[in-house]
Design a protein around this ligand. Structure first.
Ligand SMILES: Nc1ncnc2c1ncn2[C@@H]1O[C@H](COP(=O)(O)OP(=O)(O)O)[C@@H](O)[C@H]1O
Ligand SMILES: N[C@@H](CCC(=O)OP(=O)(O)O)C(=O)O
Length: 357
């Protein structure tokens, strides 16, 4: 067995892999469970992100499709049980215990909920339990939904600090306009425009966007054929599989959350001197701020723009919008006189800044 540098891997399986002829594909799930259980036995930690609730619910109720959003939400809650019943039986066969976590986008953007999620994952890890994750379709409304499990997988991989992410689907990877699988994704290449498969909700574009997000944060990512489970071995053994998205510099923990997962509540525009300071990994002082927009409180995340109005980063701000407006362009020694109190020298501390450019 080859040594691997992948210790934590997120594997996402799409609906089309899990449903065959309208029914949950039990044979596939058993093979997938065998593979993942073996990885656990090798000490490789896996998170399985599984779609299929909608398709399984339709099959359970003998329906061809949901008529309304309300029905779709109900059907997903029904189908999720069917999926988990089969996963439980399959993993049990290989001696691997499982848990279920259903998530919305809020669970990532809200730092408290995100830290709670991380704690749950630490607990599951200590107990050697495999978490199986899906979007919480039954309660997801427009503002808090991922819309598909591809983006959920990318955000999850960043938050969990994964080494690798496999987006497994029913084709061999991304086809270019010459109908060939791209071995490595290149931004400038043209993609073949094909219709997505019947059950899938994301399609290839959401897989590409998600793979770009995770590889930009430093996670090795691929879009590959999940019917060929040997792809998991290739990926772990550092061989090529499907379409590869090779990682940029690894961004970890707090900074990764700020840059990739948090939701900005405002915008802060800074002058060239402040920009230079940020590039040298210094804190943002209010004296370098030109203008500010938004509706944020102390502790919220804001986007940071330079004088040319290009976004250069994000950060957790130490003062509310109302306070920040009053201290723009001022030195911290003046804060007490202006605000009547004084809490922080920095508007955004260097530890709470993530540079994106
Ligand atoms: N350029 C492309 N390369 C690969 N697949 C494509 C491309 N354009 C569209 N597709 C379609 O996207 C599908 C994958 O998306 P989707 O149906 O959402 O899958 P899943 O259910 O696995 O998430 C493929 O099966 C294929 O039919
Ligand atoms: N959460 C939904 C699946 C959403 C989704 O992304 O589906 P897919 O494109 O097949 O991975 C479900 O369980 O049916």
């Amino acid at each position: 067995m080859k040594k691997t540098n992948i210790k934590r891997i997120v594997i996402k399986v799409g609906s089309n892999l899990l449903i065959k002829d309208g029914e949950i594909n039990k044979t596939y799930i058993i093979e997938l469970s065998r593979k993942i259980s073996n990885l656990y036995k090798r000490g490789i930690k896996v998170i399985l992100i599984s779609s299929g609730a909608n398709a399984a619910g339709l099959n359970y109720l003998n329906l061809s499709r949901a008529k309304t959003l309300l029905q779709k939400q109900a059907i997903c809650s029904i189908g999720q049980v069917q999926m988990m019943k089969i996963y439980e039986n399959a993993f049990n066969f290989f001696g691997q215990k499982i848990s279920q976590i259903l998530l919305t986008k809020d669970d990532f953007t809200n730092r408290k909920r995100f830290l709670n999620l991380k704690n749950t994952l630490i607990g599951l890890n200590q107990l050697n339990i495999l978490p199986i994750i899906n979007e919480n379709d039954s309660i997801s409304t427009e503002e808090i939904m991922f819309g598909d499990n591809d983006m959920l997988s990318a955000m999850f991989s960043i938050g969990w600090n994964a080494d690798g992410l496999m987006l497994m689907t029913s084709v061999d990877g991304v086809y270019n306009d010459e109908k060939k699988i791209m071995k490595e994704f290149k931004d400038e290449s043209s993609i073949l425009s094909m219709k997505k498969t019947s059950y899938g909700s994301g399609g290839i574009n959401s897989k590409i966007d998600s793979a770009k997000l995770s590889s930009n944060s430093g996670i090795k990512t691929c879009i590959c054929n999940g019917k060929k489970l040997e792809n998991i071995d290739y990926f772990i053994n550092n061989e090529s599989c499907g379409t590869m998205f090779f990682p940029k510099k690894k961004i970890k923990n707090r900074k990764a959350w700020i840059i990739f997962l948090s939701k900005s509540k405002g915008r802060v525009f800074i002058n060239s001197g402040a920009k230079e300071a940020l590039e040298e990994n210094k804190s943002l002082l209010s004296i370098g701020v030109i203008k500010v927009y938004g509706s944020f409180e102390k502790g919220d995340v804001v986007d940071i723009y330079d004088e040319n109005e290009d976004k250069i980063g994000k950060g957790i701000i130490n003062y509310s919008y109302i306070e920040t407006v009053k201290i723009i362009g001022k030195k911290s020694s003046e804060f007490e006189k202006i605000l009547g109190y004084y809490s922080y020298d920095e508007l955004i501390h260097r530890d709470n800044i993530g540079i994106v450019k």
